[in-house]
Design a protein around this ligand. Structure first.
Ligand code: NAP
Length: 486
């Protein structure tokens, strides 16, 4: 058996997962690493999304690293700038901020002679034994193929590229899309603008959820008794798993019915005008699309200056949006809250594995990975929040923590000298994918709606089992599913 080998790591991305990876590597005494970040600031999704009303609909005391509770959260569901500040604070407190190379986008990652050779856009080169790709999921804006977008004479931008130089107060604002993003924007803007037009292609189920503030006394209690926050994190995690995460994978479960009933009751009791109510009524099952959580969307869309447009967009013109009924909706600002291209993952980075295998080629139809962590033929290349993992109404922090603990156990095989290269077996990956696809067909995401969860064949590209099963699977790698070489 070889002697203990010092390992070098490259972490790609300084968002929630990349910061986590760095902290955990450091904690494990694996101190030789660099984090490459293409932007000039850490934070990932929370750096990029700054639209009005942005928040996280996972409770803040759950949407925190389990090892870094935060007594200062202002609300049960805190706003985006607080979350961004939280990640910046943790990265600096844990000493990983200084390990980030900002402005360096890794463009190539090639496995040669047993090591990964990385190159950034600016020409910087590095070598690493292990790559941890923490490049995010909801990252590449989806720009809709609507005719005439380039002819619009007002301000136009995607929700993840918010132009804060554009004045909104007192103006006519159009929003295309009715996902979680659009709903948060509508609630935040309606009282500021002269007119708000929401262009809805598909109605959404809305789960009501109050968002109370934490009082000074509560925050002081958290500061003095951090164990209260750990308890809360654990309780919320259990509640989420039992009440929601485990329900969505069983479309016929009583919990799923309860969620649907709550959404229906919200629609019936909150929307007074029967015509508007029918326009807002979805024709598919609740949680088939990513469930929207909002305390006040229905109230916002009923304001006199708000308009729900369901006629379908024909084209965008210089003065606004022309719908299929021939009407021109005149606008000063048009926001594309049209979501993300979710099948990109580590791409556009060019990744070449053993024997010259290209990740782009392997993923030409759709991305795959064993347990969403790693791809056969790409040794020592691990992903956090990679393809087909638990997404949607989960705490992605919890997901990444479990994945990182799993990856560290694999890394231990390298550190101990048991092997120098580790990648999942092709058979394990094929079997996992086949089982996953079969189970995915039984989930609520397969019950007849269009959503970003679905792949090009209409199969949900997500973890289709319970969160408890994910936790169990991540607890200990089954080494027989992996190839250990060298
Ligand atoms: P999304 O859920 O993908 O919604 C995109 C919206 O744009 C949909 O309503 C879609 O209509 C519409 N759209 C797309 N192309 C269109 C076209 N050509 N014409 C008309 N409408 C078009 O995107 P998102 O709202 O940005 O949310 C993405 C995900 O981010 C969420 O599902 C969630 O996981 C995450 N997120 C989370 C939070 C949070 O609080 N945790 C907040 C925001 C976002 P159809 O429905 O008809 O396809």
């Amino acid at each position: 058996m070889a002697a203990e080998a010092p390992l070098r790591f490259a972490v790609i991305g300084a968002g929630m997962s990349g910061i986590l990876a760095a902290i955990k590597l450091q904690e494990a005494g694996l101190d030789d690493f660099t984090i490459y970040e293409k932007a000039e600031r850490l934070g990932g999704t929370w750096r990029e999304n700054t639209y009005p009303g942005i928040g996280c609909d996972v409770p803040s005391h759950l949407y925190s690293y389990s090892f870094a509770p935060n007594p200062e959260w202002s609300h049960r569901f805190s706003p985006g700038d607080e979350i961004q500040a939280y990640f910046e604070g943790v990265a600096s407190r844990y000493g990983v901020e200084g390990r980030i190379r900002y402005g360096e986008e890794v463009s190539r990652c090639v496995f040669e002679r047993g090591r990964w050779r990385l190159e950034t856009k600016s020409g910087l080169r590095d070598e690493a034994d292990v790559v941890i790709a923490a490049t995010g999921v909801l990252h590449h804006p989806n720009l809709p193929g609507i005719a005439g977008l380039d002819r619009f004479e007002g301000a136009l931008f995607h929700s993840a590229r918010w132009d804060h130089g554009v004045r909104l107060d007192g103006r006519r604002v159009g929003i295309i899309g009715t996902g979680s993003t659009a709903v948060q924007i509508v609630s935040a803007l309606v009282d500021r603008v002269a007119g708000l037009s929401l262009f809805q292609r598909t109605a959404q189920w809305i789960m009501p959820q109050e968002n109370p503030v934490y009082s000074d006394a509560e925050k002081s209690g958290f500061r003095q008794h951090p164990e209260q926050m750990r308890q809360l994190h654990g309780d919320l995690s259990k509640l989420f798993a039992q009440g929601f995460s485990n329900a969505v994978v069983d479309a016929g479960s009583p919990q799923m019915q309860m969620i649907e009933d709550a959404c229906r009751a919200n629609l019936e009791s909150s929307v007074r005008d029967p015509v508007l109510r029918e326009k807002l009524r979805p024709s598919y099952r609740a949680a088939c699309k990513r469930l929207i959580i909002s305390p006040d969307f229905y109230q916002a869309i009923q304001k006199p200056n708000a308009q729900l447009v369901i006629e379908g967009i024909d084209r965008v013109e210089g003065g606004g949006v022309r719908t299929r009924d021939g009407r021109l909706h005149e606008l000063d600002v048009l926001v594309l809250a049209t979501g993300f291209r979710v099948d990109r993952f580590v791409r556009p980075m060019h990744v070449v594995g053993q024997r010259g295998q290209q990740l782009d080629e392997r993923w030409s139809k759709r991305p795959d990975a064993y347990l969403s962590i790693s791809v056969p033929g790409f040794p020592n290349f691990f992903m956090l929040n990679g393809p087909n993992g638990p997404v949607g109404n989960f705490s992605l922090i919890e997901v990444a923590e479990l994945q990182m603990a799993y990856i560290l156990q694999l890394v231990e095989q390298l550190r101990s000298g048991r092997c120098r290269m580790l990648s999942p077996r092709e058979e394990s990956t094929t079997r996992f994918e086949a089982d996953r696809e079969e189970a995915a067909r039984r989930t609520v995401w397969s019950t007849g709606c269009r959503s970003w969860y679905l792949d090009d064949r209409g199969i949900p590209a997500v973890w289709p089992w319970t969160f408890d099963r994910f936790r169990e699977e991540m607890a200990r790698p089954k080494l027989e599913a992996w190839t250990l070489e060298g």
